[in-house]
Ligand binder design. Structure first.
Ligand code: PMP
Length: 401
């Protein structure tokens, strides 16, 4: 037992080669110091958690249904909550709904059920980094398809589907993490049709579904697929961005054979999601007026913070820095001039006591070196103003201006 590192290295499963600490997380650890302004985190705003309401509802549940709330429960999830979710999804019944411990667990279970070593998985470029972390241990081969302002490029997507026949495609049509993009209605329809044509199931990650700043929400890929007969989209969403991420309550909605496999996989993972938390979420969302108002508070706060960030970007960024103006969600996605490495920019920004996430890790194909993500969801006006001033200084310095 001299050297524990090598003792265990020779015993770990081969797949752990793809479970690595991220260099960026290591760098970002530096940003915990006082005086630092970080837009790296991507945390929902804690000042908008309905803490008082959660305290009251928890007490009510424990006093009225304590033994049930604290007991083991079924893997599929708390029936009234599954019913509420099904009622919001066209064509779904509670048997199509599986409650999971965060949509992150949904991604892991989906990977476990669908990916063999070497299986091809089609992803957007960029895509949600946490999904790559969830899928990686199952050893997929990623097929990355690039995006324009509207989302996945259809010509490239069709060519990739035809050439690779992937096991599934993972798509984030609404306020994508990291790029904040909103996929338009025509693009949504075309993607659902292409997926059906090439018989490739879609995993739709809709974590930001409720965070529209204005206008009518667009139909989900799940709904559009239902209109064509259904069965080809598995849908994932969560309470993390509307109530509180610490509750770890989310859901998968999909065709019965898929849900059945996910139920069995979840049994082996954690038996079921916390009973008390599921009952609590149901207690909160069933008061529709309150739930709508809660979402409205979040939307307004994020829109305000987004506007502050947009003005600060316009004021402080070099002329050739580009960005997507979000219509909802939590992120700005910036594209620097070709040749500017955002990891180098991060090092410069850290000198200025400011941080963001470089974009490259969000690309399964290793591209995107000149991109970066800024999160405004938890920032104050002063932090946004000062943070972007610092980023502007770092960027100008790097570009030699
Ligand atoms: N999907 C996306 C796109 C996300 O941004 C996140 C959270 N960062 C998750 C899934 C995981 O969320 P949770 O596990 O809290 O539901």
């Amino acid at each position: 037992m001299e050297n524990l590192e090598s003792y265990y290295q020779s015993r770990f499963a081969a797949r752990t080669r793809r479970i690595q600490a991220s260099t960026i997380r290591e760098i970002l650890k530096l940003t915990q110091e006082p005086g630092f302004i970080s837009f790296a985190g991507g945390l929902p705003a804690a000042d908008l958690f309905p803490t008082q309401r959660i305290a009251e509802a928890t007490q009510r549940i424990l006093l009225e249904h304590g033994p049930q709330a604290l007991q083991y429960s079924t893997t599929e999830g708390y029936p009234p909550l599954r019913e509420w979710i099904a009622s919001r999804m066209p064509g779904a019944s509670p048997e199509n709904v599986q409650i999971v411990s965060g949509s992150q667990q949904g991604l892991d279970l989906f990977g476990k059920v669908f990916i063999d070593p070497g299986s091809k998985v089609l992803v957007e470029a960029p895509t949600y980094l946490g999904a790559l972390s969830a899928f990686n241990p199952y050893e997929p081969r990623y097929i990355s398809v690039s995006m324009d302002e509207e989302g996945l490029r259809l010509d490239e997507l069709e060519a990739a589907l035809e050439a690779h026949r992937p096991r599934f495609m993972y798509v984030l049509p609404t306020f994508q993490n990291p790029s904040g993009r909103l996929m338009g209605l025509e693009r949504r329809k075309a993607i659902v049709e292409l997926a059906r044509k090439y018989q490739t199931p879609i995993l739709e990650d809709d974590a930001y579904a409720e965070l529209y700043f204005s206008g009518q929400p667009l139909p989900t890929l799940y709904a559009l697929d239902q209109a064509l007969g259904g069965g080809n989209v598995v849908y994932l969403s969560t309470t993390s961005k509307t109530l509180a991420p610490g509750l770890r309550v989310a859901w998968v909605v999909g065709p019965k054979p898929v849900i059945q496999k996910i139920v069995y996989a979840k049994q082996g993972a954690d038996l079921h999601s916390p009973t008390l938390n599921q009952m609590l979420v149901y207690e909160l969302v069933r008061d529709e007026g309150w739930y709508r108002a809660q979402i409205e508070r979040i939307r307004q706060a994020y829109q305000t913070r987004c506007n502050w960030m947009l003005s600060a970007l316009q004021k402080y960024m070099p002329e050739d820095m580009g960005w997507i103006v979000p219509q909802g969600g939590m992120f700005f996605w910036l594209t620097a001039p070709e040749g500017l490495d955002s990891l180098e920019l991060l090092k410069q920004a850290i000198e200025e006591k400011m941080a963001f996430v470089p974009g490259q890790p969000f690309f399964a194909d290793g591209s995107g070196k000149n991109t970066l993500r800024l999160s405004y969801s938890s920032a104050t006006r002063e932090q946004i103003e000062e943070g972007l001033r610092r980023l502007g200084r770092a960027a100008h310095r790097m570009l030699g201006r």
